[in-house]
Design a protein around this ligand. Structure first.
Ligand SMILES: Nc1ncnc2c1ncn2[C@@H]1O[C@H](COP(=O)(O)OP(=O)(O)OP(=O)(O)O)[C@@H](O)[C@H]1O
Length: 576
């Protein structure tokens, strides 16, 4: 547990050591204060006034030391809590930006947000509120056991054996509760995800007349949560009872053994009474330790989740990053890739896009067009073959070099909860307002500005919720135009293609193609025809054909068949 803390604090461990030292000193002072009660009570029972005053002074001194050390360690505990949270936020933030983009699935982002908000808070508050009783109770109990050995070695031995028994009971009860807690945690995450899904899929549920009925996946997981919660409750009761019984048993054993010593004249009654008081003070903190076990276990689990993220391998950075050798060129050479082992999405894909040209990627739904984009932007590393961007293997470039060459207009556009202007400026932070306006005009953002009550300075809401899908896409196109990267990856999302949008998308692609290499997942006939080359993917992870529109029609293959089918239909898309 403490090792876990030290791991997440990294080089900033000094704070932890300082806190531990003060908390331990407090525990020792507390233990000594308890011990001093024995000679004090003895002196009172012996009617030895001067000894009683002497021990009382010692007691006062130790109480004063307890107060001071408690105060200092509390402050340090609070500081450690804040420091831990800040360190965790920094370390998580620094590490997350080095992870492969493919790591950020929807499930993962849910988990990360839970870890970053709740997890860090919980771990931080553990040092502020729970370390002190654990450390202080452990040390004071040890001091008391040593003291008991000193006052009466026989009772001391019974207390030491009792401490071992209590420790074993705490471990057993802890493991009984721990498995139930872990199951409960897993179910809580599932409930969290299902509730989000339930909120998100409201439009679909209502469209299909299911608004009033229950949503089975959520109902199921809530049912599981109820059952897991009940199991956890029973196990917790069993664990806590085991601890309670163990504490009482140890206390009774000390009492019984002490009574037997007294009855058989083996111990002075005055010492026995004082020792009984000490035994009561000893079993209390040890029992409390077991109660704190559950909180500490939860903190340990959170630490494990945090360290798991921190230990996730970053995207491999080249030892000697290579500079771009052919700006604007893209080569995909015998690429093999699958998200899951044994299920290849790309088996052998090759094509080449010359600088300044436009390549249209077409193929059946699920043939791997989006996946190819992800490989070009190095969301994932290929399993075989090479992806070269700017003439250099993407694995031999540092992230900034690779990203500097690419503009991406993907289907799932994310807008930040900021103004429209700032959302476009992300494309090139040093762009002037005039440059932003020019890019926005081409992309058709001007129409959005007119509609919004505060024009350019209107916040677009979290994730761009104040804009339509088509409008969000236009903002993302404006970003790409503004960035002016040598290579543009453009996904012509079908959902966003209303006639007004279509005109802007076409104009933007033309403008982008004037200055950059454009690779487009094409859904529009005009885009495909305008491309310098068309790469037709098959549904087996390969390339069916590569050529211009005229060449492909002339060869009469899969593309020609699609072409004839789609032109006969009202709309056209190369997806099935
Ligand atoms: N993150 C992922 N994890 C696992 N499998 C995935 C993931 N993303 C895509 N796939 C799978 O990879 C295959 C190719 O998907 P991809 O999205 O690249 O196809 P696509 O050609 O772009 O499809 P569409 O035209 O429908 O958008 C599909 O079978 C899909 O289920």
């Amino acid at each position: 547990m403490i090792r876990g803390f030290l791991t997440i604090l990294g080089s900033q461990r000094r704070q932890m050591f300082g806190f531990l030292l003060w908390a331990t000193t407090f525990g020792v002072a507390q233990g000594l204060a308890m011990l001093v009660l024995v000679p004090f009570v003895q002196a009172l029972l012996d009617l030895d006034g001067s000894a009683a005053v002497r021990w009382l002074l010692w007691l006062l001194l130790l109480v004063a030391i307890c107060c001071i050390t408690f105060y200092v360690q509390s402050i340090r505990g609070m500081r450690l809590a804040l420091f831990t949270m800040r360190t965790l936020h920094h370390r998580l933030g620094e590490h997350l930006v080095t992870l492969p983009l493919g790591w950020f699935t929807r499930r993962r982002t849910g988990e990360v947000s839970q870890i970053a908000v709740k997890g860090t808070m919980f771990v931080g508050s553990t040092s502020a509120h729970f370390f002190t009783p654990v450390i202080a109770n452990t040390t004071s109990s040890l001091v008391v056991v040593v003291g008991l050995l000193f006052f009466d070695w026989r009772i001391g031995l019974v207390a030491a054996a009792g401490a071992v028994l209590l420790y074993v009971a705490a471990i057993v009860s802890s493991s009984v509760i721990a498995s139930a807690e872990e199951a409960n945690h897993r179910v809580s995450i599932a409930v969290n995800n299902r509730v989000l899904e339930f909120a998100r899929c409201q439009p679909v549920l209502r469209a299909f007349g299911r608004a009033g009925t229950s949503y089975e996946p959520l109902a199921e997981v809530l049912d599981t949560q109820y059952r897991t919660g009940r199991r956890m409750m029973w196990r917790s009761v069993a664990g806590i009872s085991l601890n309670g019984v163990a504490v009482q048993a140890v206390f009774t054993a000390i009492l019984a053994f002490g009574a037997w010593l007294a009855v058989t004249d083996r111990i002075e009654p005055a010492l026995l009474i004082a020792v009984f008081g000490l035994a009561a003070r000893f079993t209390g903190p040890v029992g409390e330790l077991a109660d704190l076990g559950s909180t500490l276990r939860m903190a340990r689990d959170e630490i494990k989740r945090i360290t798991d993220v921190l230990e996730t391998e970053s995207i491999a950075q080249p030892a000697e990053p290579q500079p771009v050798s052919m700006p604007g060129s893209v080569e995909v050479e015998h690429v093999r890739f699958g998200y899951v082992d044994g299920e290849p999405v790309a088996r052998d894909i090759s094509f080449r896009a010359e600088p300044g040209t436009m390549t249209a990627l077409v193929g059946p739904s699920g043939s791997g067009k989006t996946t190819l984009f992800r490989l070009l932007a190095r969301f994932y590393d290929v399993d075989g073959g090479v992806v070269r961007v700017g003439g250099v293997d993407v694995r031999d470039q540092d992230t900034a070099t690779l990203m500097g060459q690419l503009s991406q207009v993907f289907q799932d556009v994310y807008l930040f909860d900021d103004t429209l202007r700032e959302n476009i400026r992300i494309g090139r932070p040093d762009a002037t307002d005039e440059e932003i306006a020019a890019a926005a005009e081409t992309a058709g953002v001007g129409r959005i500005v007119d509609r919004l009550h505060n024009g350019w300075d209107t916040p677009v809401g979290e994730g761009g919720s104040a804009l339509s899908g088509g409008e969000r896409q236009r903002v993302s196109i404006a970003r790409a135009l503004l960035k002016g990267a040598p290579i543009v990856l453009f996904d012509e999302a079908t959902s966003a293609l209303d006639p007004e949008n279509e005109a802007h998308v076409a104009a933007s692609i033309r403008e982008l193609a004037d200055n950059s290499t454009v690779i487009v997942i094409a859904h529009k006939l005009s885009t495909v025809v305008a491309a310098d080359q068309i790469v037709v993917l098959d549904d087996e992870g390969g390339v069916d054909d590569v050529g211009t529109h005229a060449e492909l029609i002339g060869r009469g293959g899969q593309y020609a068949r699609f072409w004839h089918e789609r032109t006969a239909a009202a709309g056209w898309a190369m997806a099935h």
